[in-house]
Design a protein around this ligand. Structure first.
Ligand code: PLP
Length: 424
C-alpha cells in the first residue's frame, strides 16, 4: 500500500454545500449575456478556487526564484515549495516508495514524454522495436493516440486498437484476445472525454501488465473527482493535468513506477536534468530531475498541489457523488427531448454527458446555449476516431464540477429544448 492521504480514502459521500463552494470561485461570479454564468465545460478546463489562487500568489510574491541551483534563501524556499508540492501530489495519487512524480505542462506533455521516451534513446535502449505491438484503446483523446502512432512509425512497431462496441464500451475479453508476447505497451483512459465512458481500466491494466506490457493510464478526466490510486493499480505510467482538477493551466503530472520512468529517454534536454556534461556527451541526473529539463513551472506546481489539497478537503467521495448526480439528472432530462440521443447513457460514474440531435449541428446548439449564459463544448472533443467509430457525428458535451448545481442542469435541459425548437 502507498502512503495514502488520510482524508483521501475515507471521505464520506456527504452532500456538498455547493453555494459555499461556489463562492470560492471568483470567475463564476459573473453574468454572460445577462444570465448568471452556468459553466458546464469542466472536462475541458475547471476553474480555480481562492485557495489555489492564493497559494500561487504567495509563491510569486514571497518565494519566487529559480530552484535547485541557488544557495540563496529564495532559491532554497522555492525548491522547498516545489518539493513539498511533489510530496502532496504523491499523497494525492497514492504513490509509494516505488513510485515517482514528475511535473510537466499537462497530460499531453506527460503522454509524449512516455511515448517518445520509449524509443528516442536509440535502438540499443529502446523498449519498442520492429514487430513489437502497442495496444491503444479506441476511446482515447488524441493526446493518448497520436504519440503512439508516432512511436509505431518511428520504431516499426505495430499499433493495435482495442475497439469499443457500438455503444462505446470497451470489453476485457477483447483486450485478452489482443494481448500477446509481442505486446510492449497498453494505453487506456480512466474516462473518455468525448462520451464519459469509464472503462474497467483496473482489470485491463492488470492483464496487460501480466502479459509483460508497460501500462499507461490517461487520468485527465478522473483527477478532479475519481483520481486513480497508484498503490492499487498495475500502472507503470499515469498522466493528468492541473487545469482539469481546479488547478492552473500549463501544469500536469507524469507519475508512475520508478523502474518504468527510468526507461524513458528524456524529452527535454538541457539544464537541471544532467549529472555531468562534457562537450561531447552528458549523463542524466536521477529521477525526477532527469525528466524535468529546464526551469519548471514552480508556481504552477504549487497551485496544482493546492488544488489536490482542496479536493481532499472537500472530499473525493462527496465530489464524485455530486457530479454523478448532476450527470444522471442531465441524462434523464436530455433523453426525454425528442430527437436527442445521449451517448454512453450507461456511463453512470462519469462527470459528463455528450449528446447529438437529429438535423441540428452542435455548434448551433452551443451558440444558442451561450446566449443564455451556458458554457458547453461542441465538436469532436479531440477524439475524432471515436466519434467516427460511433457514427453519430460531432456532439454537444456538458461536463460537471463540484460548483455546479441542479438548477444549472435544469437550465441546460430547458435551453437545449429551446435551441432545438429554434433550429429545427
Ligand atoms: C482524456 C484526456 N486526455 C488528454 C487530454 C489533454 O490534456 P491537456 O490539454 O491538458 O494536455 C485531455 C483534454 O481534454 C483529455 O480529456
Amino acid at each position: 500500500m502507498g502512503n495514502a492521504h488520510p482524508l483521501s480514502r475515507v471521505a464520506p459521500a456527504a452532500a456538498l454545500d455547493v453555494a459555499a463552494l461556489r463562492a470560492q470561485f471568483p470567475v463564476l461570479q459573473q453574468s454572460i449575456h445577462g444570465h448568471a454564468l452556468a459553466y458546464l465545460d469542466n472536462a475541458a478546463t475547471t476553474h480555480m478556487p481562492v485557495a489555489v489562487l492564493q497559494a500561487m500568489r504567495r509563491f510569486e510574491e514571497c518565494d519566487r526564484a529559480n530552484i535547485h541551483r541557488g544557495v540563496h534563501t529564495l532559491s532554497q524556499r522555492a525548491t522547498d515549495d516545489f518539493e513539498a508540492a511533489r510530496a502532496t501530489v504523491k499523497r494525492f495519487i497514492g504513490a509509494g516508495p516505488a513510485h515517482e512524480v514528475v511535473f510537466t505542462s499537462g497530460t499531453t506533455e506527460s503522454l509524449n514524454t512516455i511515448a517518445q521516451g520509449l524509443w528516442a534513446g536509440g535502438p540499443k535502449t529502446a523498449w519498442l522495436r520492429p514487430d513489437d505491438e502497442i495496444i491503444v484503446s479506441g476511446l482515447e483523446h488524441h493526446a493518448n493516440l497520436i504519440p503512439w502512432q508516432h512511436a509505431a512509425q518511428a520504431t516499426g512497431a505495430q499499433l493495435r486498437v482495442l475497439r469499443p462496441d457500438r455503444e462505446g464500451r470497451l470489453h476485457v475479453a477483447d483486450l485478452q484476445r489482443l494481448l500477446s508476447a509481442c505486446t510492449r505497451v497498453f494505453a487506456v483512459t480512466a474516462g473518455a472525454n468525448a462520451t464519459g465512458e469509464r472503462p474497467a481500466y483496473e482489470e485491463m491494466l492488470q492483464l496487460a501488465s501480466e502479459a509483460g506490457a508497460l501500462t499507461v493510464l490517461d487520468a485527465a478526466q478522473a483527477a478532479s473527482h475519481a483520481v486513480p490510486d497508484l498503490s492499487r493499480l498495475a500502472c507503470d505510467f499515469m498522466a493528468f493535468s492541473g487545469h482539469k482538477m481546479y488547478g492552473p493551466m500549463g501544469t500536469g503530472v507524469l507519475a508512475g513506477r520508478r523502474a518504468a520512468l527510468e526507461r524513458l529517454h528524456p524529452l527535454r534536454l538541457g539544464g537541471d536534468m544532467v549529472e555531468w556534461v562534457r562537450y561531447d556527451s552528458a549523463a542524466w541526473a536521477e529521477l525526477p530531475a532527469r525528466l524535468e529539463g529546464g526551469t519548471p513551472n514552480v508556481g504552477g506546481a504549487v497551485g496544482l498541489a493546492a488544488a489536490a489539497d482542496f479536493i481532499d478537503q472537500v472530499g473525493r467521495a462527496a465530489i464524485d457523488a455530486h457530479v454523478h448526480a448532476l450527470r444522471a439528472q442531465a441524462v434523464a432530462g436530455l433523453a426525454a427531448i425528442e430527437g436527442l440521443t445521449v451517448l454512453a447513457p450507461h456511463a453512470t460514474s462519469s462527470a459528463l454527458v455528450s449528446f447529438v440531435a437529429t438535423d441540428v449541428h452542435p455548434h448551433d446548439i452551443g451558440t444558442l446555449l451561450d446566449e443564455r449564459g451556458i458554457a458547453v463544448r461542441t465538436g469532436h472533443h479531440c477524439a475524432q476516431p471515436l466519434i467516427d467509430h460511433l457514427g453519430r457525428g460531432p456532439t454537444t458535451r456538458a461536463s460537471f464540477a463540484l460548483y455546479n448545481t441542479a438548477e444549472e442542469v435544469d437550465r441546460l435541459v430547458a435551453a437545449v429544448a429551446h435551441a432545438l425548437k429554434v433550429l429545427r
